[in-house]
Design a protein around this ligand. Sequence first.
Ligand code: SAM
Length: 278
Amino acid sequence: MSLNRDTANSSSTVNRPADLAHNQAAWDRMANNSHTLTRPVSDEEMRRPLKTIDPAGWLTGGIDGWNVLCLAAGGGRHGPLYTAAGGKVTVVDLSGAMLERDRYVAQQRGLDLRTIQTSMDQLDMLADGEFDLVIHPVSTCYLPNVAKVFTEVARVTRAGGLYISQHKQPINLQASLTTSAGQYSIQHAYYDTTPVPRATEPSKLREPGTREFAHSWASLLGGICQSGFAIEDVTEPMHAKSDAPIGSFHHRCHFIPPYIRLKARRNACVRRSNLVLG
Ligand SMILES: C[S@@+](CC[C@H](N)C(=O)[O-])C[C@H]1O[C@@H](n2cnc3c(N)ncnc32)[C@H](O)[C@@H]1O
């Protein structure tokens, strides 16, 4: 499989409104085409919601009565699951079609949840310290710059609250999707701020038609810490199979870890130079 440069945005100048519009349209299309990542929750998953949403056991005490923000998490899966687990849920997403799935599932299952269409780094309609828990599935790759996401998440999370996020690892976005002579190659520089090459054929590692950006570890992990969180735990969801066919999804995952999942807790205060923010 070959990769194409996204010529619409190949200069070093970031065009945030164009990137947002592009990705909103791409996710609307994916929802309208019932892409796997836009499929609503199943009956089986709804029978054991906490087990489904918390494979690492980070929420073992339960979330009954918690205010939960499902950030960039439309599609009718996360919102309904966290509601069924006892949360009072707000789902934020850029794509109207993805949020429509949440409203449909909520209506079908008699669940109460709030949906807000906005970008994950523009949360001005949400109050300071409003949430006990922010859940953020893989989506930072759709923004050219992530700094503001983390400061906004910190602002809306109460002191002591949790921020659970998942991200594509930089190497996953830098590397070729398939092999040449059995080898994966680095096709995108670590510090390149332009979109990563697009997949030219369907791949579980790239969402069709989206514009994706690789973010450095300093901007992901450092950004979360500097915004006022302490990272308490880290996992790498396992998709590797050492005996998988060369070039397949599971084979690539054996060489290149695709995702990282982080559990972070909001500090009581954020210290930046001589400024202390509550
Ligand atoms: C991987 S999906 C997450 C939920 C999905 N249902 C799942 O099961 O994983 C990523 C979501 O991020 C949303 N998204 C992309 N860019 C966004 C942005 N700037 N702000 C908010 N949401 C965004 C997409 O519309 C999409 O719904």
